[in-house]
Design a protein around this ligand. Structure first.
Ligand code: ARG
Length: 594
């Protein structure tokens, strides 16, 4: 931004990673100069994106200045002189609308996208990232299925949203530790141990541990309905596990390990990763005892029929049981102790639990108890919740395993693509392509609306290339990648300072695209505040739409003037990088071809 006039620096802004920070500052400066004693900082926080055709808007009443808004606006207007940043200002009731200098906006934004994609210190694309989390550590726990039980859509949502949050925090400079907190402990393992003696098969187990353990669990539950002895045996077995009896733990260890291995493969296909596979089994018994002791000492525990209870009625959170009569541990106690243990281990600045809203009460009980225990870090815990999904079944029936969802998504997509024979023949790797597009379809449907909304999963919509769908998004990226391939005569592109961006100024379509690219760093920041992937999804579609509206008038191949064609090509390249960055943030792998 060397050629642009100097601006004051506003704390928290960073024009070197967000060009609009500079343009907003320029606007804020004019308003504060005209309306003392307002400071640039004060005005800056009131510079918002404008609606339809307006670049930025300032709503005057928010500053609570004495005098009529018309007079205040008049002062700004009469003092206004256009410069390299701002082209014009108009006044409509309480609002001031600003238009930026188009040619400078375009040049500055494309330069920044280029710079932060190709020439970063880290060697990785950085456009859209920021350093607001530098030096801070966040633990993000997500997915967390239960071994030997079904993987339901709630787990899928946690997986998708959690992976997004992990990417998001990383791109905001946080040190991220991602945890998968497996349901790998509890009486169900006593049941499986009993069932395994009758129904277990080493071969089946090695082939697909998740499925086999589930089958055994279903079988032994049937037996238990007929024979009460089964449950008694199972409870005995689990007690031995809790007491650390090696002979009762050996099989369990193998089951856990093989299940994790299988899951790892599936998470890989989803482009989802964990730093650690922890689980309920890993919460130290001593931490649970210590937690209970502390609660007792603080007088927060009451004994009800031998069970230990914390009364949370005062906060309308009911009564929470922390230890059963028989002394076995429970889910809630493990979560409380687990949080303490994690704090000791990681000293996190924040810890996020991505868990369905069905467990709102559980999470609020457990956060509340940690607060009552006066842990100073208790308010660093955050629950990111989400609504229910209906209708996620395959043609074969209800989904119980993650790989069923993945397979069905790939198959549905494969069939869809085969419908267009010519196109299908041109695909190099139809299997993998349909798998990636299918997964994209599932993820986009999941992240398109606010997390808390329930939604009904729809395979027809998921596979469609029309409307705001996953396949459409992949198609938009592929199309961008293909203009580069189809115009080899323009490459290598000259360095940015030799590209004449003034060729882009006259096209409103080009301006729309570049303006959107400029908003991306803000989209990321908003997502970090709201923990909503939907804003990023909306951005990706807006950008895709802007690009597809531009094809006809802002052509590359059809353009005979090579300077003009190069400027356009450069813009599309920048757009491709930003679209890819947004998709990657959403854990989607952008395709180059289809
Ligand atoms: N395994 C649990 C379930 O399937 C989810 C775990 C959520 N995380 C937690 N820390 N409680 O319901």
């Amino acid at each position: 931004m060397s050629s642009m006039p100097q601006l004051p620096h506003i704390p928290g802004t960073d024009p070197s990673s967000c060009v609009f920070d500079a343009f907003r500052t320029a606007i804020a400066k004019r308003v504060s100069d005209a309306l003392p004693p307002l400071t640039v900082e004060q005005v800056y926080n009131g510079v918002d994106y404008g609606k339809k055709g307006v670049d930025f808007t300032v709503a005057l009443p928010r500053f609570r200045l004495p005098g009529k808004v018309d007079e205040l606006a008049g002062k700004v207007l009469s003092k206004f002189e256009k410069d390299e940043w701002v082209e014009s200002v108009t006044h409509d009731k309480a609002f001031l609308h600003f238009q930026l200098n188009t040619s400078n906006v375009i040049r500055e934004i494309l330069n920044q996208v280029h710079q932060l994609t190709h020439a970063t210190e880290s060697g990785k694309p950085e456009y859209g990232t920021n350093t607001s989390g530098k030096g801070k550590k966040v633990i993000i726990e997500y997915s967390s299925p239960n071994i030997a039980k079904s993987f339901h859509v709630g787990h899928l949502r946690s997986t998708i949203i959690g992976a997004f949050l992990a990417n998001l925090y990383k791109s905001c400079g946080w040190d991220v530790i991602s945890l998968n907190y497996l349901g790998d402990w509890g009486t169900q393992f006593g049941m499986i141990a009993v069932g395994f003696e009758k129904y277990g098969s080493q071969e089946e187990l090695e082939k697909d541990a998740i499925k086999h353990l589930f089958d055994v669990y279903v079988q032994v539950n049937k037996d238990a309905n007929e024979d009460p002895n089964v449950k008694v045996e199972a409870a005995k077995w689990f007690k031995r596990m809790e007491d650390g009896d090696e002979s009762a733990l050996t099989n369990w260890r193998v089951w856990r390990e093989l299940s994790v291995k299988k899951y790892e493969g599936e998470y890989n296909r989803l482009n989802v990763h964990f730093d650690e596979y922890t689980g309920e089994s890993k919460v130290g018994k001593e931490w649970q005892d210590k937690a209970l002791e502390r609660l007792e000492a603080m007088g927060l525990i009451s004994d009800v029929d031998g069970a230990k209870i914390v009364d949370l009625e005062k906060w309308k959170m009911g009564k929470a049981v922390l230890r059963k009569k028989d002394g076995t541990s429970i889910y809630l106690t493990r979560d409380i102790a687990g949080a303490i243990e994690r704090y000791e281990k990681y000293t996190f600045d924040k810890m996020i639990y991505v868990v369905s809203s069905q467990q709102d009460l559980h999470l609020s009980q457990f956060f509340k108890i940690l607060k009552l225990m006066e842990f100073p870090w208790a308010d660093r815990l955050e629950h990111v919740n989400y609504g229910l999904v209906q209708g996620m079944s395959t043609r074969k029936g209800t989904v119980v395993f993650l790989d069923q969802i993945i397979k069905e998504a790939a198959q549905v997509m494969h069939e869809q693509m085969q419908k267009n024979e010519d196109k299908y023949k041109a695909i190099e790797d139809p299997e993998n392509t349909s798998l990636e597009i299918g997964i994209t379809g599932v993820k986009i449907q999941d992240m398109a609306a606010k997390r808390i909304n329930n939604y009904t999963f729809n395979w027809d919509r998921m596979k469609s290339f029309e409307g705001d769908t996953g396949p459409y998004l992949q198609y938009a990226h592929v199309r961008l990648a293909s203009i580069g391939r189809n115009n080899p005569h323009l490459f290598p592109l000259p360095p940015p300072e030799q590209i004449d961006t003034s060729h882009l100024v006259s096209s409103p379509h080009a301006r729309d695209i570049v303006f959107l690219l400029g908003t991306y760093p803000d989209v990321v920041k908003v997502a970090l505040k709201t923990h909503e992937p939907s804003g990023v999804v909306t951005f990706a579609f807006k950008l895709s739409h802007a690009i597809s509206s531009a094809w006809d008038t802002v052509g590359v191949k059809s353009e005979k003037d090579i300077e003009v064609a190069r400027a356009r090509m450069w813009m599309y390249e920048c757009a491709r990088h930003v679209l890819a960055a947004a998709m990657e943030l959403l854990s989607i792998r952008p395709l180059e071809k289809m």
